[in-house]
Design a protein around this ligand. Structure first.
Ligand code: N01
Length: 544
């Protein structure tokens, strides 16, 4: 990122538009279609060469979504009627197919510039337009600039000594070769056991000659309970879609279920155990967000949930020493205070003779060598090194674009003192700029397509309102973004979430400011607040 504005000659030949959308994942696609339908001139710019956002980049073996397929799509009947995912939790090729299907239905690609990464954007107060420059040399001057880069568009690679010396194949999961990479018969090392690491490890364990998993923090992963969906099942499920899609607009996480209206602290030990068993059998996120409503608030309830998870998990692992690393007797952080993954056989692979686990808490990495990884316990020879090390999440996608505000600061410079993002969608000093699934929205806690639709709907209505009144400019006010920031912290301070070192609080990136990056009050509540602001004439925004 630059610290000063690049001096550019002129913008002659720049294309003028009503709206420029950045990103062609769920949010970008939703807005491209919706705004075009409102008669606006819109273009999207996408760094990848295909649609899908994270599903374009994360094509590592085993990548699949942790939301059930019926919920992981748009709610418009003309879009779901003819679409089917063949697994309850679809894998990336099928999600990409879904985006191809959307492209056919909605004719999206004609207005998307692929293989172009937006690098710089500057607001010109004289013309009330943004000037947006991209890596392909294009310059676009939209009236409104809508950034939909998601929460995981900036991969994070730790600065491990010797990393560039490694002579084998080395790939970050989010930059996986599009042509694929065969892990069969190879010695594979996976650093990281977040959602990406768990998934790639499950896949690698089945084919690799040797898989070594390097774990720093255990993942309190939950049983996915994957199912194949035959045509009859899909037909039956579709009957419930209209009700489910209505419901998901109002819930905490944008799914068609909520946590129970009961606290674990209020019920008998028998009832608590029976409920834990029941939600465990349902699988998916049910033992987390579909369980008692005090798990993330009450320490004792949280500990009971942890102990249940630990005992279920340990029962699957033969070696007690391995079990203690994967599911320790004492929790490292509260249950669910860091995002659990969904797993299919993650804990079972450690019973295989070709799989080993390295506990980086006790034996940290010293360096990467030409031929593998050296920890304080010894050296592990590798042919392939998989960096499942996550993202500069939530803010990284936005701050890696030089977005210059009216006071001569980039968004990155402004946010060095902490995120200010009114309703998680706008920031003071950056007129006519909105972002979807951004910092201080419910991003981390909300099912992607639901959030894309709801926030997208709100953005579309706001732009329609602005256009209808001929406002040249709108921007968040400083008091409004300060008040929203306080609300974000208030919502999370009531929970156990700050006690875990997670990307939710920026703790995964060395040097990143530690603060809550998502609104934890629930998607339904969040949208009610956003809609109230709209009803009051977009309270919290100044209009010029
Ligand atoms: O990244 P992560 P992710 N040395 O940040 C470890 C979504 N997603 O790509 O926990 C050693 O969760 C780090 O260790 P620790 C989903 O929202 C969804 O897996 O910091 N290890 C951790 O284990 C998810 O939450 C899906 O101690 C290092 C791992 O790398 C989010 O994206 C699939 C290290 C990073 O885990 C991010 O998931 C994939 C170091 N220096 C992603 N630095 C699905 O829907 C980091 N680590 C299924």
């Amino acid at each position: 990122m630059s610290t000063t504005k690049a001096k550019r000659a002129d913008n002659g030949g720049a294309k003028e538009l009503d709206v420029l959308v950045v990103g062609a994942g769920f949010a970008g696609v939703y807005l491209l279609d919706r705004l075009r339908g409102m008669g606006m001139s819109v273009q999207a710019i996408e760094a990848g060469s295909g649609l899908g956002g994270v599903w374009y980049w994360n094509c590592y073996p085993g990548a699949r979504v942790d939301s059930p397929g019926p919920m992981y799509q748009f709610s418009r009947e003309d879009l779901w009627r003819d679409w089917k995912f063949t697994e309850l939790y679809p894998a990336w090729p099928e999600i990409r197919d879904y985006f191809h299907y959307l492209d056919e239905k909605l004719d999206l690609s004609r207005d998307i510039r692929f293989n172009a990464r937006v690098e710089e954007a500057e607001f010109d107060a004289a013309s009330n337009r943004w000037t947006v420059r991209s890596s392909d040399g294009s310059v676009i001057r939209p009236r409104y600039f809508v950034v939909c880069v998601g929460l995981g568009s900036k991969p994070y690679t730790p600065n491990l000594p010797g990393l560039s010396d490694f002579a084998g194949e080395r790939h970050h999961t989010a930059l996986w070769p599009q042509q694929g990479l065969d892990l069969a018969g190879k010695r594979v090392g996976v650093i990281g056991t977040g959602a990406s690491g768990v998934q790639v490890a499950q896949e690698a364990a089945a084919v690799a000659a040797q898989l070594t998993v390097f774990q720093r923090t255990p993942n309190l992963a939950l049983p996915m309970r994957q199912k194949r969906l035959d045509d009859d099942t899909i037909l039956r499920m579709k009957k419930g879609y209209p009700v489910a899609y209505e419901k998901r607009r109002t819930t905490l996480g944008g799914f068609d279920y909520q946590s129970l209206e009961k606290a674990a602290s209020e019920v008998s030990a028998e009832e608590r155990q029976a409920t834990f068993e029941r939600v465990w059998e349902i699988g998916g996120f049910a033992p987390w967000v579909g369980s008692f409503n005090d798990l993330l608030i009450d320490e004792q309830s949280n500990r009971a949930a942890y102990d249940f998870w630990r005992d279920k998990t340990r029962a699957r692992i033969k070696d007690p020493a391995i079990a203690e690393i994967l599911a320790p007797t004492e929790p490292i952080h509260p249950y669910g205070a860091k995002r659990p993954s969904l797993e299919q056989n993650f804990f079972d692979i450690f019973n295989q003779s070709n799989v080993s686990l390295v506990d980086l808490r006790n034996t940290p990495i010293e360096k990467v060598t030409r031929s593998g990884i050296k920890t304080t316990a010894g050296e592990y020879g590798l042919d392939v090194l998989v960096l499942a090390t996550g993202f500069d999440a939530v803010t990284g996608g936005l701050t890696s674009i030089d977005i210059w505000g009216t006071d001569g600061r980039t968004l990155k410079q402004k946010w060095a003192d902490g995120v200010r993002a009114h309703l998680g969608m706008a920031s003071a000093g950056y007129p006519n700029l909105l972002f979807v699934y951004g910092p201080h929205s419910p991003n981390a806690f909300a099912n992607g397509p639901t959030a894309a639709e709801l926030q997208g709907e709100w953005v579309a209505k706001m732009l329609d309102h602005v256009r209808g009144r001929n406002w040249a400019q709108f921007e968040a006010t400083v008091p409004a973004e300060e008040a929203w920031r306080a609300k974000v912290f208030e919502a999370v301070d009531a929970t156990l979430i700050p006690r875990a070192d997670s990307w939710w609080v920026g703790a995964n990136i060395p040097g990143k400011r530690r603060e809550m990056l998502a609104f934890a009050g629930g998607l339904g509540t969040y949208m009610a607040i956003c809609n109230e602001s709209a009803e009051r004439g977009y309270e919290g925004f100044s209009i010029g």
